[in-house]
Design a protein around this ligand. Structure first.
Ligand code: ASC
Length: 151
């Protein structure tokens, strides 16, 4: 089966690269994609938030599971911000997303970076570490919303 190993590696690489080059059948799908990715991410981030804020008991295993999902989901919305979708559907995306792409991408990269740290913190089994990383990650959500999301 030596022949198939490299093929599997290529398939895995393609699967992981797919979100970054995702194509959408219509502009509405791009909006739905980014909103749904952000929605799922927020649900799982919120479950960590509940633990961090004392509204749910601290559960180290659940924290890791939720942080894993946040860490994956954080990489997805970017591909949905397709040019020309600033007025599509019920989007709150500001047109500055497209006129200030570098800055927007920086926000995205910070979210991805902090969510990786959130996962690492969750794995330490220490609520204080989780709290600190949660705060830092939430800060990246807020900073981007302040700059690029309509109210
Ligand atoms: C969340 C969530 C956001 C961010 C933001 C942080 O849990 O859904 O959009 O945190 O409120 O300020």
């Amino acid at each position: 089966m030596r022949f198939f190993a490299p093929l599997a590696v290529v398939a895995a690489a393609v699967a992981f690269a797919a979100p970054a080059s995702a194509q959408f059948a219509k502009p509405e799908d791009a909006v739905k994609y980014r909103q749904n990715a952000l929605f799922v991410m927020a649900q799982h981030f919120g479950r960590i938030g509940a633990m961090v804020n004392g509204k749910a008991p601290y559960d180290a295993k659940a924290a890791v599971e939720n942080a894993e999902i946040v860490n994956v989901m954080a990489r997805l919305p970017w591909a949905g911000f397709v040019a020309g979708t600033d007025k599509v559907g019920n989007t709150k995306a500001k047109s500055e997303i497209w006129s200030e792409q570098v800055k927007f991408k920086e926000h995205n990269d910070k979210l991805v970076g902090e969510s990786a740290k959130l996962l690492a913190a969750a794995k330490t089994n220490n609520l204080d570490n989780l709290k600190a990383a949660f705060g830092a990650t939430a800060g990246t959500c807020k900073a981007c919303h302040d700059d690029f999301r309509n109210r």
